[in-house]
Design a protein around this ligand. Sequence first.
Ligand code: NAD
Length: 515
Amino acid sequence: MASALSKRSGAIVIVGFMGAGKTAAARTLALALGTTSIDADRLIEQRLGRAIADIFESEGEAAFRAVEESVVCELLDRAGPAEIISLGGGAVGSKRVRKALRRHIVVWLDVDPAVAWRRSGSGRRPLARERKAFFALHAARRALYDDVADAIVPATARQTLALAHPSLLALRDAPTGTRMVWALTPSREYPVWIGRGLVGSAVWPVAPPSRRFLVSDENVAALWGGRFGAVDGQHAISAGEAHKTLASAERVWHALVAAGMTRGDHVAALGGGVVGDLAGFCAATYQRGIQVVQVPTTLVAQVDSAFGGKTGVDLPEAKNYVGAFHQPAGVLVDPAVLETLPAAELSSGFAEVIKTALIAGGTLWDRVAADAPIDERLILDCIRCKLGVVAADERDGGARHVLNLGHTVGHAIETVTGYARYRHGEAVALGLLAALRLSGQEALREQVSDLLTAHALPTHASGLDAAAVIAATRLDKKRGPGGVPMVLVEEPGRVRHGASVDDLELERAVLELVA
Ligand SMILES: NC(=O)c1ccc[n+]([C@@H]2O[C@H](COP(=O)([O-])OP(=O)(O)OC[C@H]3O[C@@H](n4cnc5c(N)ncnc54)[C@H](O)[C@@H]3O)[C@@H](O)[C@H]2O)c1
């Protein structure tokens, strides 16, 4: 995790694997700010009067690392807030360098290993001669970058850092320990900050003169609304899924008009997934679209619903049937607000955590399966998984369907029970069990069932009308001529969407929940 030191006097330091484009990104950022950047590798070459590849060749890696450590530490120790520095990919391997990084804003330019390999090209770099070793090194270094990073930015376009710059600087005024992840979609890029104490802090992605209209629900407004100080208008809907309706949306629209909100103003959505979806939808449609800042206050919203831009309301016939894609201008995730969340709501969010971990696999699944505590790290890893999926398929054309794992049956259960009997996460918990049954994953289903039970989530739904649930799955928005495509799990980390499932099998999987 990033350090707890104040970042006020520090420089912006870019770290990341070879091929991430650190030098170019630093240069582009410096150019945008009218300054110059410093590249640590170039500095080393200038000092020694030789190319790094030569030093590697003649004296070996250890000798190079020793020189690198001393040059980089010297550079970091004197660097001030106006400086932009890029480090070589292996510099963070040194404990001394990691310590010297603590007072700076450290940006991890996160590059996919295949992209990095292509960019590092044909053995020109000493550590990029053999593909397998290159990929292994990439995997090994991730933990180091993660450990020092205050901000994680995907290494895609050169301009990204220049766009992200104000959000990086916001880390200087953020509560200690706050981290930022840069979310990328084709329609919009935005910052996601995560840190305890963010609600009510100076961190905000939209600057005046844009005015702020707060949308919340009655519970959250009473608990956390005051943290926002003076706002330019506000409306609190009644709490709960039963109020994620067009009628509530209409009330918000009228309140926006009454407060004189214009296209330049923005909505702050403070609440769980219900508020986030509804306020996002109101923002997407009010005067054909104004900005929305998501401030999620439930676990469901902090790990899932606040990101990715799906907004909307339910119809009595089916869930989320009216809506719009509308990416937020930014998201503030403050885990401290979960302290007032009722235990049952926290459990409900855990179902989305399990879903995300099944999709992500790897260390996230390992930690969730071992029942790791729900902390900033776990929330951040879920966020990064979701942002990665959305970046690949913003408008739900294919790859994003994996996020629907457990939701086909889950949504159907919510619909047939009038959005009143189960919390969203509880319905997802049941849906996950059905999906794992359909995936033929007996052992994994058992394991997930145990996790659900340990978190007081349902594994059975007695009294549920199975036929009605099956009929409701046929109304799923993703249905096509071949029926409702299901998301199935091959193993944690390998999830397949678009699977066609026999009606009889679906019936069996649902009946099993009811039994
Ligand atoms: N857009 C997406 O991508 C997406 C993804 C997942 C879920 N969702 C949607 O999210 C909704 C479910 O969200 P949810 O589970 O957050 O439910 P919710 O918004 O209804 O919140 C649950 C309850 O917790 C209360 N609450 C919220 N924050 C609190 C806090 N900090 N302290 C005390 N009480 C608090 C609320 O008032 C409410 O009573 C569903 O409508 C679902 O469709 C959307």
